[in-house]
Design a protein around this ligand. Structure first.
Ligand code: UD1
Length: 431
């Protein structure tokens, strides 16, 4: 297994290109199941999760083709991939494929809408809480689907004459369940109104793509989505939006190490609350024509309190990274996690690097320390892994991050991007 070695190396300076968003790319790929025509996705990140989902989709009959580079494209430019599900050849998503990534469960929506049946293994994914599926089932039941669960599989069946539009209010905001209901409703008979829908930008990106495929969705960006069902969808071209979590993560790297970095293609409106939080730590952020410029010249990192919430609140996917940042603040910060019940696994690992953090229920109290020191640590989940890299950027000596396959799931060309701005980071095989 690979590991990543980081040695504290001072300020970061230069440009980091921001990739297409993983959390948009995955549902967009799944949307290709809704039509027999090709869906071409641009700005696709090269990630282990994208590869895993390709295998899952090919099992259902999706062919994919990576298109050639265009003039001006570099190794950092996102890929252009065409997905085509001419025919759904299998409506079962088996355990072996689904267990690696929770989002693969989302195929249940399009399979049900297009083929009328789906048998999907109960999901796996990051160990950050119980992550149940009740909201998926309730919302699809509202469209007329019937369910039974046996031997670790969810069996779903649409009525003989197809799914039927309905009004449904999510009792709790769920990104995945919103994606799935949205996809299923595009081909349902009549109008569907989704209330308390997730407003995450990736939901909007999916809705815009579905409209380009011939769907009729309004209310995009709000918490009420109205979908007027159509009989079929067609192919389209769609560019994946920039990754706000990658943006916020590299911004935290610069805040931690100091320096001045342009996050090319980043868009502030996708993570305003996280950037406001960053400014409170004494970091400057400015939108330019090319992207987001993040700088911290000198001075202490100021402590800051933040609470995770559904969009537009502070993203849970940046909680670990910003916690790493305030481990070096000149005072006490409070971090409250409201989305997942078990998302403080990085705390123990940060403590191994010298951080002073105590947990009481959903709140972590972080007392800033003057120095961190490098040590072997273990990545526990995708975003948490990055908190260890961020701490490693300023720790004395060498930080060795093990289990980096977590990072490969969601951060494209991580070592290349960070070394290009001056970080001392390398990947070594084994360990
Ligand atoms: C997505 C993101 C993930 C992010 C999360 C919250 C992708 C691929 N993943 O995950 O990176 O951390 O949103 O922003 O986009 N819940 C239920 N019942 C359900 C479904 C969810 O109780 O049926 C709960 C979950 O346990 C959690 C909360 O709802 O407490 C939010 O989860 P959800 O928004 O569904 O997260 P994901 O879509 O899995």
């Amino acid at each position: 297994m690979d590991k990543i070695l980081i040695r504290g190396n001072g300020a970061l300076n230069g440009t980091i290109p921001i990739s297409g968003a993983k959390n948009a790319a995955l549902p967009l790929m799944i949307a290709s199941l809704l039509t027999s025509e090709p869906l071409t996705l641009e700005n696709m990140p090269r990630l282990a999760d994208v590869e895993a989902l390709k295998s899952i989709l090919s099992n259902h009959g999706v062919d994919y083709r990576v298109m050639g580079k265009r003039p001006g494209d570099t190794d950092m430019t996102g890929q252009r991939i065409a997905f085509q599900a001419s025919e759904i050849v299998d409506t079962t998503a088996p355990y072996d494929l689904v267990r690696k990534m929770r989002a693969s469960f989302w195929v249940i929506g399009p399979l049900l809408a297009r083929s009328g049946v789906a048998r999907v293994s109960l999901p796996g994914g990051c160990a950050i809480g119980t992550r149940p599926i009740d909201l998926f089932i309730e919302s699809l039941e509202a469209l007329g689907a019937e369910f039974d669960i046996d031997a670790g599989y969810v069996n779903a069946k649409a009525p003989a004459n197809g799914l039927k539009g309905a009004r449904f209010r999510f009792p709790k905001v769920s990104v995945g369940a919103t994606h799935v209901m949205l996809m299923a409703a595009t081909l349902a008979d009549g109008e569907t109104v989704i209330e308390n829908a997730a407003r995450e930008p990736e939901v909007g990106d999916l809705a815009n793509c579905l409209n380009a495929m011939g769907a009729d969705i309004s209310g995009i960006g709000s918490s009420t989505l109205t979908i007027r069902g159509v009989t079929s969808l067609h192919g389209a071209n769609h560019e994946v939006l920039p990754d706000r979590i990658e943006t916020g993560t590299f911004a935290a790297c610069v805040a931690m190490a100091g320096g001045d970095v342009l996050l090319k293609n980043a868009r502030t409106e996708l993570l305003q609350v996280a950037l406001d939080t960053l400014e409170k730590t004494g970091t400057s952020v400015a939108m330019t024509n090319e992207g987001l410029r993040v700088s911290r010249k000198s001075g202490e990192i100021q402590p800051v309190d933040f609470t995770t919430d559904p969009f537009p609140g502070f993203p849970t996917d940046l909680q670990a990274q910003y916690m790493a940042l305030v481990t070096r603040a000149s005072g006490v910060s409070h971090v409250k996690e409201m989305i997942f019940e078990n998302r403080f696994m990085h705390v123990q690992e940060l403590a191994r690097l010298g951080a002073n953090i105590s947990i009481d229920g959903q709140t972590a109290t972080v007392t800033g320390v003057e120095r961190l020191s490098g040590a072997p640590v273990m990545a526990t989940d995708l975003r948490a892994s990055m908190s260890l890299v961020i701490a490693g950027l300023v720790a004395d000596g060498e930080t060795e991050v093990n289990r980096v396959y977590h990072l490969d799931r969601g951060f494209e060309l991580l070592e290349e991007k960070l070394s290009a701005v001056g970080a001392d980071i390398e990947r070594v095989s084994g360990g």
